[in-house]
Design a binder for this molecule. Structure first.
Ligand code: GLN
Length: 493
């Protein structure tokens, strides 16, 4: 009996890889079920910019051939993985959900994606995002608005909305996103799944289209901590192609994460600046209940202060836009991207190509960033922001002399309505208030599901760790999962 799309939907990556390896089902059957489910749900949820059935089947058949020949297969043998459409896959369009890159076909594959393929994974498709990863709702895509599977009138969060929904809707057990200010953790929270932003440098960014280079990181979405750890173990590690990637060894235990029996000896910091007016009461209650459960597991909680938190959003929108204005300069219709059809002088051609190709939010950020970097304003804005960034990092350094990890909400609210914040960039920017500092301080951050609102919308708990302590965060999450069923709840589709 071939695996049906419904039997497939909620299998973990570990179950799929074991099943393929032990020949209980084939990678091809898994890929077919995944493709069928993707095609059935995509019209309703707008998850993908492109589904890749032919490539996925070819990769799956190659995995089956290796299993049949008794050759060793990787830890993701036959596991369908969806990837955010700002990650390059050779010969497949990589659009960043932007008109300017609508027809861009990269001649190379991102390191993180290449590692998925060597681990035996099947790449199911390229997922929708906010244009160039700028946004918190996936509404800034030039092509479509991804919908939250728990309530299709609501946003999935962003910018990695498509990747989050692929996992939350049972289309793929795993996906990759990128996180510059919260783009993995916030959609994970709003969709009720796990999402990890690894430490800056943990995962190579070779082949990730850059947004803000001092903040961007690639990371996993999964439905439980062990699957998130498995995917992290595959993509993490030094890469000579990315000068910012770290040589810090990846702990061996990550590939086979086990829940610790208790959290005795673990000290968790609860930052008072993250429990403030403006956070939804249901979110705060669920997060506090989860902290209570972590205590029951043996953890000790300590109230801490991260005094510069209030400046994080302002600092981020200076640093990120400044870096974006520089990174996006290459999309000019000559080096890369759409070129205007209008006859014009060379200078006009550049300007028109960019005016036609970029969406409103991207233009807003390029202008903000260019302004912040301009001579005369550089010291007042960009330089000042970098100084405050150092203070934000120092807050965490001090906290980590007393605690092993920090716990707080991931997002101040559950999923909001499509259109609700679309015309109000400032209120949209504020939805990243709890995630942004983690990028500014280059730390790992994990969001896991910790409850639901009365309207059955998922709520996320954020765990922030010491540099390169992804394994510690995932271990706490795995322990929490032994006490909680939220990660096993699925949307009715
Ligand atoms: N929402 C934030 C922004 O719009 C973060 C985006 C991200 O992490 N890529 O910049």
């Amino acid at each position: 009996m071939p695996l049906s799309p419904t039997e497939y939907a909620w299998l973990s990556a570990r179950e799929i890889a074991a099943g393929v390896d032990e020949q209980r089902f084939s990678a091809e059957e898994v890929a077919k079920a995944a493709i069928e489910r993707a095609k059935a749900l995509d019209p309703k949820l707008n998850v993908f910019n492109e589904i890749l059935p032919d490539q996925a089947l070819a990769q799956a058949r190659a995995t089956d051939a290796a299993v049949a020949a008794g050759r060793p297969v990787g830890p993701l043998a036959g596991v369908p993985v969806a990837i955010k459409d700002n990650l390059c896959l050779k010969d497949v369009r990589t659009t960043c959900s932007s008109k300017i890159l609508e027809n861009y076909i990269p001649p190379y594959t991102a390191t993180a994606v290449a590692r998925l393929l060597s681990a035996g994974a099947t790449i199911l498709g390229k997922t929708n995002l906010d244009e160039f990863a700028m946004g918190s709702s996936t509404e800034n895509s030039a092509f479509k608005t991804t919908r939250n599977p728990w309530d299709t009138e609501r946003v999935p969060g962003g910018s990695s909305g498509g990747s989050a929904v692929a996992v939350a809707a049972g289309i793929a057990p795993l996906s990759l996103g990128s996180d510059t200010g919260g783009s993995i953790r916030q959609p994970a929270a709003l969709c009720g799944i796990a999402g990890l932003k690894p430490t800056y440098g943990r995962v190579s960014r070779y082949g990730l289209v850059a947004y803000a280079s001092s903040l961007d990181q690639i990371g996993p979405f999964a439905r439980d901590a062990a699957d998130a750890a498995l995917l992290t173990s595959v993509i993490a590690g030094h890469d000579p192609q990315d000068a910012t990637s770290s040589a810090q060894p990846v702990p061996a235990g990550l590939a086979d994460l086990k829940a610790p029996a208790s959290l005795k000896g673990i000290r968790l910091g609860v930052p008072k600046e993250y429990f403030i007016a403006g956070t939804d009461a249901e979110v705060e209650a669920a997060v506090k209940a989860a902290i209570g459960q972590l205590k029951e597991l043996g953890a000790e909680t300590v109230e801490i202060s991260l005094p510069h938190t209030q400046y994080a959003v302002a600092v981020y929108y200076l640093v990120a836009t400044a870096e974006a204005s520089s990174n996006l300069a290459r999309f000019d219709g000559v080096h890369y991207g759409h070129r205007t059809k209008e006859k014009s002088s060379m200078v006009e051609m550049y300007a028109r190509s960019r005016a036609e190709g970029f969406g409103e939010e991207v233009k807003r950020r390029i202008m903000l960033g260019t302004y912040a970097l301009s001579s005369g304003y550089y010291d007042a804005y960009y330089l000042k922001a970098q100084k405050v960034r150092a203070l934000i990092k120092q807050d965490f350094d001090q906290a980590f002399t007393k605690v092993d990890a920090v716990v707080c909400p991931t997002s101040p609210t559950a999923a909001f309505k499509i259109g609700e914040k679309a015309d109000d960039p400032l209120s949209m920017y504020l939805s990243d208030i709890f995630t942004i500092s983690v990028n500014l301080a280059a730390l790992p951050g994990l969001s896991i599901p910790c409850g639901f609102t009365g309207a059955k919308l998922p709520i996320g708990l954020q765990l922030i760790g010491k540099p390169f302590d992804e394994a510690g965060l995932l271990g706490i999450a795995a322990a929490y999962e032994t006490k909680s069923a939220h990660h096993r709840a699925h949307p009715a589709l």
